[in-house]
Write a protein that binds this ligand. Structure first.
Ligand SMILES: [Fe+2]
Ligand SMILES: [Fe+2]
Length: 273
């Protein structure tokens, strides 16, 4: 059973005057990535071929991710009636390919795969929490709250399975840290930038990665508040097996916060060029 349904959203409360124009392109891009969850479930089904419980959980997880895409897509079409969610997604899917034929995790182990999934859910839960806190538009706020709650549950799902695999695979702390850091770094790879391109630029315009990364990451980073980063850092620490609350996680959260501010200005400068 899903925890909420698209029909539960109070769509008739949509208030166009409160739909922040800075936010609409981000919602369009996020809708693409979310809807692509089914492809990721195909990959997870291969990587965890001998684990029917996890495979079932992954299929269910993907359904929730697709619903995130559909809800965000529907909202973006209210905010911009000229926009076509499914057409934009078709372009995205044609151009962005996950390694669907993989026989094993691209992270080197199943524990590693699940740590990487925890990083993604850390990122999404903090992002939708930040968007919900930032927007005054009541429908988007409601959608983002629902989605953020799902993303926190997804983190817990992957975390619990990760603990099970860790007991078997015994991956070192250093390796776990490097997988986590690697996956966080990938947030500036093609997945989001290409989604921004397909969601916001006309068909036929070539994909310029640096420009699209700046166009997505710059404004996205502006919606974060320190509390989102602090909570996210605790989740990162927990996933790799470090104490989620303490001096080290505090210092890391402060460093990450400064890094985000610095990156945000760099992206803005790049866009202005
Ligand atoms: Fe999601
Ligand atoms: Fe998720």
């Amino acid at each position: 059973m899903k925890h909420w349904r698209i029909e539960d959203v109070a769509w008739d409360r949509f208030d166009p005057a409160k739909a922040d124009p800075e936010l609409v392109p981000l919602v369009k891009a996020a809708a693409m990535v979310e809807r692509n969850g089914t492809d990721y479930a195909i990959y997870l089904n291969r990587v965890f071929a001998e684990d029917p419980d996890f495979r079932q959980a992954a299929d269910y997880w993907a359904e929730e991710e697709v619903q995130h895409g559909d809800a965000l897509g529907r909202w973006a079409m209210l905010a911009d009636p000229s926009w076509d969610y499914l057409a934009a997604f078709a372009r995205y899917k044609a151009g962005f390919k996950l390694p669907l034929d993989a026989e094993a995790s691209i992270r080197g182990s199943r524990t590693g795969e699940l740590i990487a999934r925890c990083m993604v859910e850390t990122g999404t839960s903090s992002y939708y929490s930040a968007l919900a806190d930032a927007t005054k538009e009541p429908v988007l706020q409601q959608i983002c709250r629902h989605i953020a709650a799902d993303e926190f549950r997804h983190y817990k799902l992957f975390y619990d399975h990760m603990r099970r695999y860790l007991a078997r695979e015994n991956i070192s702390l250093l390796r776990r840290l490097s997988i986590a850091a690697g996956r966080i770094g990938e947030s500036e790879d093609d997945e989001l930038a290409y989604a921004w391109h397909c969601g916001n630029e006309p068909d036929g315009l070539p994909f310029e990665r640096a420009k699209c990364t700046a166009a997505y990451m710059g404004p996205a980073m502006a919606f974060y508040r320190f509390r989102h980063v602090e909570r996210g850092m605790g989740m990162v620490f927990k996933a790799v097996g470090l104490k989620p609350r303490g001096r080290l996680s505090d210092l890391s959260a402060k460093a990450a916060w400064r890094l985000i501010q610095w990156r945000r200005h760099r992206f803005a400068a790049r866009l202005a060029e």
